[in-house]
Design a protein around this ligand. Structure first.
Ligand SMILES: O=c1[nH]c(=O)c2ncn([C@@H]3O[C@H](COP(=O)(O)OP(=O)(O)OP(=O)(O)O)[C@@H](O)[C@H]3O)c2[nH]1
Ligand SMILES: [Mg+2]
Length: 198
């Protein structure tokens, strides 16, 4: 049984592999090469399922477990932006830096130096005759002056609840303990174990 990760995001691959130290988890690109998947769902869960199903169908094997992650940051004071559009906030094909700059700009335009925000992760698992989605959240705030270069995406502007440093400044171990992704993957682990052993 192979465990395949249906993501092209290197930051996610690193975080997910570090949470599954005992399992060999293979990014889909190593098997199928690069692939663009259209994420046209209206929720994190729908998009996670689209990614996992697309890769499962392309692999065309009953001997694989496919895991995907659809995630993003939500800022209630900005009409819940960017939410499911986090990866394309500054336009289709925008990179992490451009997306972060757009969120910083929009905070400044609204006169918000800091405001509550949260990350959501939906983790989907697809295997032969099996389909699951789990969620995890991390609450905190975003600030209009990013700090640090750890993590990825919006991390330099996000301060988790209970801390005074951004995820760009904090030790990666702290993100591993607290993150939306870790929480959803903790729920996914027993399901993956069950699927491996059936
Ligand atoms: O600072 C961050 N720390 C995180 O922990 C985090 N989790 C998600 N995000 C952002 O949300 C979007 C995901 O979009 P997304 O789920 O479509 O992923 P993606 O397009 O990058 O890769 P893929 O998995 O779809 O291949 C991207 O803009 C990410 O930067 C994060 N930013
Ligand atoms: Mg994506």
């Amino acid at each position: 049984m192979q465990i395949i990760l249906a993501t092209s995001n290197k930051g996610k691959v690193k975080e997910i592999q570090s949470l599954f130290k005992d399992d060999h988890i293979i990014p889909f690109k190593d098997i199928l090469g690069p692939l663009e998947i259209e994420e046209n769902g209206s929720t994190f869960a729908e998009n996670a399922l689209i990614k996992a199903k697309t890769i499962f169908n392309k692999l065309n094997s009953n001997d694989v477990i496919v895991i995907s992650d659809d995630s993003g940051i939500t800022v209630p004071a900005l009409n819940n932006e960017p939410g499911i559009y986090s990866a394309r906030y500054a336009g289709i094909g925008a990179n992490d830096k451009q997306n972060l700059n757009k969120l910083v700009e929009n905070l400044k335009k609204s006169g918000l130096k800091e405001t509550p925000a949260y990350y959501t992760a939906a983790i989907a698992i697809i295997a032969s005759e099996a389909k699951y989605v789990m969620h995890g959240w991390m609450y905190g705030k975003v600030i209009d002056e990013p700090r640090g270069d750890g993590g990825f995406g919006y991390d330099p502007m996000f301060i988790p609840e209970g801390f005074d440093k951004t995820l760009g400044e904090l030790d990666p171990e702290i993100k591993r303990e607290l993150s939306h992704r870790s929480k959803a993957l903790t729920l996914a682990k027993p399901i993956i174990e069950m699927l491996k052993n059936r």
